[in-house]
Design a protein around this ligand. Structure first.
Ligand code: PLP
Length: 409
């Protein structure tokens, strides 16, 4: 039996599954913007692990930082006790690029965990019980984050243990009045990812900021997908939209491919975790030194290789080209996004699935979004070149034509 088939058997038998229809892509290695299968065939990666590998796969600077740190020490003590240079250096770097005032970071491991921690912070600070979140939101799958999942279908099976959350329409000024003096915190993605790459108006985010201040609710930006240059132009969506929340949660690209997350806030806000009582939020692996070393190297690469500017340039090229494509193919309903976080809304989820599958057979990795399955996303590493974008566009168009042909024949 070929090795890929053997792996597939073992995968299905022993690895916990997330759906009945996993992609089963047999990854042998990855480098830059490419994934390679076991036969050595290259695939352009236009997903980047869902906005994780912003500096591409196995960037030499990141690999070197990981090896060096792995040789020094991996784990010595639960988070927050020892002076660990990689953590401190990364926190100091983050303080330099953070939106105004949010210059302290509490390190964790995953995005969902960071959102849970932010909700706990809001509860502790306000002593209020109700949270607000948005339809179409995805914040992760721990209990707190899953309580804020903007889809009834996904919440229903776990309803019995979820927190009380009031859901508002995204980008809807009218619904902001539902945030009131009983609201502890509002969790929001400044651009919705899994909801179908939805970019709100600046007016909406500013009004949200004002409303939270008015009623004394903590405004939490979930920048797990949007931070670290994904939107081009700025390190954070908060800067791009010129709206400063009370707290920002980050993960994904923060560790440049290694598990790492953070809650960014003013020092006195984060100190709530350290007091009354002390140790009121702790973690073993938060801010893992190897991940922090990788993360710091990743941020340096973004800066030195001017990847924010590249994200703007390639993002503009992709969006303009996709909009031209939309003019030729009426099955494309809308092209939207910012920087290299792009969504292509198609006529149906079935068509989007055929496009994604067809593209992969032609050497391009794409995906749909979790809650809007008719939206095909493009979120390549920020190092992507013009030639790679042009190649991806060609494969996308070819896959679209074939997928449309398959539905009409
Ligand atoms: N928040 C957003 C906006 C996300 O897109 C995700 C994951 O896709 C999460 C939170 C959860 O992050 P993690 O999977 O690291 O828990």
């Amino acid at each position: 039996m070929p090795i890929s088939e053997r792996l597939e058997d073992l995968f299905l038998k022993y690895v916990g599954q997330t759906s009945p229809f996993p992609a089963k892509f047999p990854i042998a290695r990855a480098e830059g913007c490419y994934l390679y299968d076991r036969e050595g065939r290259a695939y352009l990666d236009f997903i980047a692990g869902i906005s994780v590998t912003n500096v591409g796969h196995c960037h030499p600077r990141v690999v070197e930082a990981v090896i060096e740190q792995a040789k020094r020490f991996a784990h010595t003590m639960v988070y927050g006790e020892h002076l660990q240079e990689p953590q401190i250096a990364l926190a100091a770097k983050l303080s330099k690029i953070a939106p105004e005032g949010l210059d302290s970071v509490y390190f964790l491991t995953t995005g969902a965990e960071a959102n849970d921690a932010a909700l706990k912070l809001a509860a502790k600070m306000t002593q209020r019980r109700v949270f607000c979140a948005f339809h179409g939101a995805y914040h992760g799958d721990t209990v707190g984050a899953a309580s804020c999942f903007g889809s009834e279908d996904f919440r229903r099976p776990y309803e019995s243990i979820l927190l009380p959350v009031r859901f508002l329409r995204y980008d809807c000024l009218e619904d902001l009045s539902l945030i009131d003096e009983k609201t502890s915190g509002v969790l929001v993605e400044p651009v919705q990812g899994e909801g179908g790459i939805r970019v709100p108006s600046r007016e909406f985010l500013s009004a949200l900021r004002r409303r939270c201040t008015e009623v004394g609710a903590l405004l939490i930006f979930d920048e797990v997908q949007t931070a670290f240059g994904r939107l081009g132009e700025a390190w954070f969506a908060a800067d791009l939209f010129e709206v400063t929340p009370d707290v920002i949660t980050v993960a994904k690209a923060l560790g440049a491919g290694y598990p790492l997350a953070g809650v960014m806030a003013p020092r006195e806000v984060l100190y709530r975790f350290a007091a009354e009582p002390p140790f009121s939020h702790i973690t073993t692996f938060g801010g893992h030194p190897v991940s922090c070393a990788a993360g710091l190297a990743g941020l340096q690469v973004i800066e030195e290789e001017q990847l924010l500017a590249n994200a703007v340039k390639q993002g503009n090229f992709l969006m303009a080209s996709l909009r031209e494509l939309a003019a030729r193919h009426p099955v494309i309903k809308e092209v939207r996004g910012r920087g290299l976080m792009i969504g292509i809304e198609l006529e149906s989820a079935a068509l989007a699935r055929r496009v994604v599958d067809g593209a992969r057979n032609r050497g391009l990795v794409l995906e749909t979004t979790l809650l809007a399955e008719n939206v095909v996303r493009m979120s390549p590493p920020l190092i992507v070149t013009h030639e790679q974008c042009a190649c991806a566009l060609e494969i996308f168009e070819e896959s679209l034509k074939r997928a449309v042909g398959a539905s009409t024949s």
